[in-house]
Design a protein around this ligand. Structure first.
Ligand SMILES: Nc1ncnc2c1ncn2[C@@H]1O[C@H](COP(=O)(O)OP(=O)(O)OP(=O)(O)O)[C@@H](O)[C@H]1O
Ligand SMILES: [Mg+2]
Length: 261
């Protein structure tokens, strides 16, 4: 797309993020998107998945530590080499097509090319008939698809997705998964959070398991689903890692180090 280097790998070195004095992301050192494919971030509600994605996108500054993209400090937000779809998508007061057009205009794409790209993006995500409808009138699931359509249209090298199919019906979910697989086959690297273990099994090449702001396990998807080493990850896979039962399930608490926070 441009002569600039790709925004991967994304490297975090001793990264902390705090709310007031409470640490929410705790001393994470990890490398993401260093290989092709899709990395899924798994973890219970409140584990810090959305915060970690925002740190990786560069829109949330770390309180301590360093985040780099392809060895540099530019996440590629300005030239759209990197795009993110948020858990709660935000759209401009424009039509569905107008929202994609705006993003492409920022990318300096010529008008004719833009019109074609918008058609393709809406078609891919099953939204063609909403092209002229104000984006904010779309249903929540449709808005989520529109956010992905906009990201797809930008053809990013690295795509960050925060639970992109959480509100979609099964047919729309399948459609989105097909779009993602096409993007991955085309060389886009994806870092995505999901609660859906079956979806993670279908799409992921790598897995990160996050718990209370710490990475407890990071491995290939094959290794992870064959049996994670971490006991919390094992419980999560079995479906019995519930945040409100943590103490009851684990006595004595196996995660004592985190309790000082
Ligand atoms: N700005 C903030 N101030 C205080 N607490 C925050 C802030 N942002 C996030 N948190 C807390 O940090 C924790 C992690 O939040 P985050 O949204 O990253 O979780 P998550 O893993 O994405 O959860 P979910 O699966 O529900 O989307 C939560 O307990 C949340 O309440
Ligand atoms: Mg979240």
């Amino acid at each position: 797309m441009t002569g600039k280097p790709a925004p991967y790998p994304v490297k975090l070195e001793n990264v902390w993020f705090n709310a007031r004095t409470k640490p929410l992301i705790k001393d994470i050192s990890a490398t993401f998107a260093d290989e092709e494919g899709l990395t899924v971030i798994l973890g219970p509600n409140g584990a810090g998945k959305s915060l970690l994605l925002r740190l990786c996108h560069g829109i949330l500054p770390a309180h301590e530590g360093l985040v780099t993209w392809g060895g540099g400090d530019d996440p590629g937000l300005h030239d759209h080499r990197q795009a993110m779809v948020f858990q709660r998508p935000v759209h401009l007061r424009r039509t569905a097509g107008g929202n994609i057009d705006f993003a492409l205009k920022l990318h300096k794409m010529p008008r004719l090319q833009r019109a074609q790209r918008i058609d393709e993006a809406l078609e891919l995500t099953g939204l063609s008939r909403y092209r002229a409808i104000p984006a904010r009138l779309l249903s929540f699931g449709e808005q989520q698809r529109l956010a992905l359509a906009r990201a797809w249209a930008l053809a990013p090298d690295l795509l960050l997705l925060d639970e992109p199919t959480a509100n979609l019906d099964p047919a729309a979910q399948r459609l989105i998964e097909e779009v993602l697989l096409k993007m991955i086959a085309g060389g886009t690297r994806v870092l995505m959070s999901s609660h859906d273990l079956n979806q993670a099994r279908r799409l992921a090449s790598h897995v990160v398991f996050l718990y209370r702001g710490r990475i407890k396990e990071q491995s290939s998807a094959e290794q992870f689903f064959a049996g994670p080493k971490n006991d919390l990850a094992q419980s999560f896979l079995r479906g019995d890692l519930l945040w409100w039962r943590r103490r009851a399930v684990f006595a004595p608490d196996p995660d004592k180090e985190d309790d000082k926070f």
